[in-house]
Design a binder for this molecule. Structure first.
Ligand code: HEC
Length: 213
């Protein structure tokens, strides 16, 4: 065999085990989204009404207290079907919360929210947008907070822990409210503590009156 033939064969063998070839180029980065960008369908307002709100009801209603003629009835998930409903809410919120990262209008065109006049209770879509653009990190933090409650409830479903689910209902309420108080009706941020104080004073007054009777 001629020397170069031997070399060719050697290199061919080596090529097959890939040590003779130039170092392989690094694989292209995975696309950020399979199938390209995510496109929104509805506004934030509609996403709330038609996706996040109904999903959250799967959790809220599972642990709600109902006042009936016979007294208060506390609802708790009992059957596997009950728990599956809670899981739908938890997985749904954990995943769908990220749809709030997709830029979209805040309300349908022409809908200005209850945002006119002095002491308007709600911000207009343009005001909400300006707030988000000023502090996108805050918006993201509120999304993560909601997602975390979804993850928390997914774990609770695995353990079928009704006590923990009850507490998670409060966490969920807070996750929704804390974003609304920043981005939707910030005017209530101050009135809440005021209202709390008023209620505390009222009940203290009633208690004092009751002891004097
Ligand atoms: C990251 C922020 C954020 C989180 C978290 C969030 N929301 Fe909202 N939500 C908004 C904003 C902003 C609006 C107001 C949109 C508008 O009217 O322009 C809104 C509006 C709504 C509306 C009014 C819809 C309508 O048709 O008038 C409902 C209901 C609602 N949210 C429910 C929820 C519930 C329930 C949760 C928790 C499971 C939640 N939201 C969590 C930002 C948030």
């Amino acid at each position: 065999m001629k020397p170069y033939t031997r070399f060719t064969l050697l290199c061919l063998g080596a090529f097959l085990t890939s040590s003779c070839s130039p170092p392989a180029a690094p694989p292209p980065p995975a696309p950020q989204f399979w199938g390209g960008d995510m496109k929104p369908v509805v506004s934030v307002k509609e996403l709330m009404r038609d996706v996040l709100d109904p999903l959250s009801d799967n959790i809220f209603l599972a642990v709600a207290s109902e006042v009936t003629a016979k007294g208060t009835v506390d609802h708790m998930p009992k059957t596997d079907e009950d728990w599956a409903k809670v899981r739908t809410g938890a997985v749904g919120l954990a995943e769908a919360s990220y749809l709030l990262k997709v830029p979209r209008p805040f309300a349908p065109a022409g809908d200005e929210n209850n945002s006119t006049g002095p002491d308007a209770p709600e911000l207009s879509p343009a005001q909400i947008k300006a707030k988000l653009e000023k502090d996108p990190v805050l918006w993201q933090a509120k999304i993560e907070a909601l997602r975390n409650v979804g993850l928390e409830v997914m774990e609770i479903v695995k353990k079928k822990d009704t006590k923990a689910l009850f507490d998670a209902g409060e966490d969920l309420d807070a996750a929704c409210e804390n974003c609304h108080l920043e981005f939707w009706y910030p005017g209530q941020k101050n009135s809440m503590p005021k209202l709390d104080k008023m209620l505390r004073e009222m009940s203290a007054k009633h208690a004092a009156e009751a002891t004097h009777r």
